[in-house]
Design a protein around this ligand. Structure first.
Ligand SMILES: [Fe+2]
Ligand SMILES: [Fe+2]
Length: 231
């Protein structure tokens, strides 16, 4: 298991829940009819086709960032609002919320396309079905079903834990998505093109160079990134 993911899995106190989470991470497959679907490895998968974390390793970064934001929100709920929150549920939710996204992506010509499975079923349906099949608690299945919020998903968050996971997921998706969008724009402005599979790390570098050194800085950073990877 990816060590950075394991660090969050290890924070789950309930041993039974922790084992269930480990089992699904170590074997992220789903069987539908007579077919077993397994997709891109978690390590190299993106977490989005184009909008956010749309590069190799994006999936792991998104899970880690979402879990960290969610734990920070747990601190706020407890320390500022004197509220109660079940951190085990939050951790299981953030770690597993997109766990079958890699099953819905295929790598084609240096980019990503949805697989046959991904064209027919969204990742919320896939993850929720498998969690039910594996006898996860209702409140954890709910977190998965509510993580896109009620406007973009099947249900609104009805628990504090589901709300925290939804806000954390949405925050990190926007953080990566907005910075990628800005970096692509800046790259096109200085070079007429954008680096393929631009990572969030590179995007933050490009945006930072604009802040500190202006267009000259953008040009320099984009040239550096170009040297490292083909367009
Ligand atoms: Fe999602
Ligand atoms: Fe997500």
């Amino acid at each position: 298991m990816n060590i950075r993911i394991k660090n969050f899995v290890d924070l789950i106190k309930d041993r039974g829940l922790r084992k269930k989470v480990v089992d699904i991470i170590e074997n992220p497959q789903i069987r539908i009819g007579s077919t077993t679907y397994s997709g891109l490895p978690l390590e190299s998968s993106p977490a989005g086709l184009s909008r956010h974390h749309s590069y190799p390793g994006g999936f792991i970064e998104h899970v880690i960032a979402t879990s960290r934001i969610a734990l920070a929100l747990c601190d706020v709920v407890e320390d500022v609002y004197s509220g109660k929150v079940d951190r085990d549920q939050v951790l299981a939710g953030t770690i597993l919320h997109d766990i079958f996204k890699p099953l819905t992506y295929a790598e084609i010509d240096g980019g990503y396309m949805p697989t046959k499975l991904g064209e027919r079923l969204d990742h919320l349906t896939l993850v929720a079905s498998e969690l039910i099949r594996r006898s996860f608690a209702l409140d954890i299945v709910h977190i998965v079903c509510a993580h896109h919020g009620g406007q973009a998903g099947p249900t609104w968050p009805r628990t504090v834990e589901a709300l925290i996971c939804h806000l954390a997921d949405s925050t990190d998706s926007q953080l990566s998505g907005e910075v990628l969008r800005a970096a692509r724009y800046l790259s096109r402005k200085v070079s007429g093109e954008e680096p393929a599979l631009l990572t969030s790390k590179e995007a933050f570098e490009i945006v930072h160079s604009k802040t500190v050194e202006g267009w000259e800085g953008v040009d320099k950073t984009v040239q550096n990134i170009k040297r490292e990877k083909p367009y």
